[in-house]
Structure formats: C-alpha cells, structure tokens
Design a protein around this ligand. Structure first.
Ligand code: NAD
Length: 266
C-alpha cells in the first residue's frame, strides 16, 4: 500500500475528484479527513470509506474562511495525531469571460480556488515543519497552464495555484515538504457537467463533445486523478516537487486539431 499510516486531509472531498481521491487514499492505507462545504456530502464520503473498512472522519469547512480552515487542520491533528498530506482540491467554476464576470463571481471563484489553497497551506505547513516533512497537492487545471475561452476568473485562480505551488515548493523544500499542483483536463464530475451548462438528460452528448477536445478522444475519470494524487502523495514520489502535472489526455501537449480537419498525407 502506498500510504500506510499516513494522515491525509482532502478538501472538496464530498464529490468528484476529491471523493474518488479520499476513497483511494484510504484504500492505500491512509487515515483520511474528508472536508467539504457541504457537510452531508463530506459525511457520505467518510461513510463510504468506513463501509469499506477504511478510516475516515468528516468535517464541514468553507475553504474561504480562515478560522474554518485553521479548525479543519487542528481537527485533523486532534483526530489522527499528525498531518502528512494536504490535498487542496475544493474548486468552483463560472463559465464566463472577464467582461461578463461580475465582481461577486470573480471573488467567489478566486476565493475558493486560490485563497482556499493559500489558507490550507498557511495552516498546514507549520505542523508539517514540526513533524519533519509533508506533502501538499493543489488541484489547479489545464486552464491554469493554457488559455481557454470563457474562463476569466477560473483560469486566473488556477494559474495562480500553479505558480504559488512552485513557490511553496522552493520556500519549504529544506523542511522536507514537497508541493505540487495537478492540472486535469475535463474530468467527468458534477462541476464539469454543470459548467458545460447542459440541460438535464443530455449529459452523454456533452461528455462526447468535451471528450473530443482531448487528443486521446475522451474525458478523464475521477479515479484516474485519484491514482495520480495517491502516487504524488506517497514516498514513491519522494524526489518530485515544484511541478505542475497535467492529467489531460494530451490537452496540454499543444494545439490539437481533431481528426477530419487535417488533410491525410498521401
Ligand atoms: N472536473 C473537471 O473537469 C476539472 C478539470 C480541471 C480542474 N478541476 C478541479 O478539480 C477540483 C475538484 O473538482 P471536481 O471536478 O471534483 O468538482 P465537484 O464539483 O465534483 O467537487 C468540488 C467539491 O468542492 C466543494 N466546494 C465548493 N466550494 C467549497 C468551499 N468554499 N469550501 C469547501 N469545499 C467547497 C463542493 O462542495 C464539491 O464537493 C476543483 O478544484 C476543480 O476546479 C476539475
């Protein structure tokens, strides 16, 4: 098992990538604190882990609120005795360009996606220093590496997560704290479905459309991101820090021209 006896804290773990990762971390032997702004979703994930004989607790947290994030970190340490891995994964999305984005929407997206990561790191790192090390994984996005239409606030926040993660890696490397960001393409989760603004019932068409944007011709699955996160969190990745890791079916490899638009070579 990759994470035997490690203590892992995952935000946004009530759904999607966070839920799949919390479950995978537990399968790899970790004790998991499941955190989400939706208390019921968090406790559902924790119950799923316990049902499969894993160890988990849940906590309600709004990652935008400093006192709540500090409490989340303290509760993790009080429950499990330490904190080895922080997975800052909570995120929200507004599919608009900067002209159409309201100030409230900007603040919401940037506060959850970027300030939330800052606060998680701010309160977890002192504990990791005390313990002699730790791992921080921050969920950014392919949209934090490349320009993508209609993602004004989101890509600003995710680009910020990518570069902040590199700086944190440098600041705390000598404390044996590794910090990386992960940059998913479209992953089949509620956020991706909602952001594509589909009418109910037509999700398969939407998934097909977004799948075609990736060179591999499909979307990713939350479990695939969870597998990457489990590896990065583990000692197997002990020499990896300061990187932004795409998990995107080739989306970040360059300008992708779908089959049919390029003349076949004769
Ligand atoms: N799904 C994708 O295509 C995709 C692509 C790139 C990046 N991401 C990123 O992956 C992460 C996880 O997203 P997902 O796809 O699993 O979406 P999701 O909507 O399934 O999960 C996001 C979770 O974050 C929680 N959350 C929202 N606001 C919060 C807050 N203020 N405090 C605490 N929790 C909060 C939600 O309740 C939800 O459970 C996000 O950061 C997202 O931006 C997703």
């Amino acid at each position: 098992m990759l994470l035997e006896n490690k203590v892992v804290l995952v935000t946004g773990a009530g759904s999607g990538i966070g839920q799949a990762s919390a479950i995978r971390f537990a399968q790899e032997g970790a004790k998991v604190m499941v955190a989400d702004v939706r208390a019921e979703s968090a406790s559902n994930t924790a119950a799923m882990i316990e049902k499969a004989a894993g160890t988990a607790k849940s906590i309600a947290v709004d990652v935008r609120v400093p006192a709540q994030v500090e409490r989340m970190v303290n509760e993790t340490i009080a429950s499990f005795g330490r904190l080895d891995v922080l997975f800052n994964n909570a995120g929200v999305y507004v599919p608009k360009n900067v002209v159409d984005t309201s100030e409230e929407e900007w603040d919401w997206v940037v506060d959850v996606c970027l300030k939330g990561v800052f606060l998680g790191c701010k309160y977890a790192i002192p504990q990791m220093i005390k313990q002699g090390g730790g791992v921080i994984i921050n969920t950014a996005s392919g949209a934090g590496l490349e320009g993508v239409p209609n993602l004004g606030a989101y890509q600003a926040a995710k680009g910020g997560v990518v570069i902040m993660s590199k700086g944190i890696a440098l600041d705390f490397a000598r404390n044996q704290i590794r910090c990386v960001s992960i940059c998913p393409g479209v992953i089949e989760t509620p956020i991706a479905e909602n952001c594509n603004q589909v009418p109910a019932g037509s999700s398969s068409q939407v998934w097909q459309r977004t799948g075609n944007m990736h060179p591999l011709g499909r979307n990713g699955k939350p479990e695939e991101v969870a597998a990457l996160a489990a590896f990065l969190a583990s000692d197997q990745a002990g020499f990896i820090t300061g990187v932004a890791v795409p998990i995107d079916g080739g989306f970040n490899a360059g300008a992708f021209i779908p089959p049919g638009l390029i003349r076949a070579s004769s």
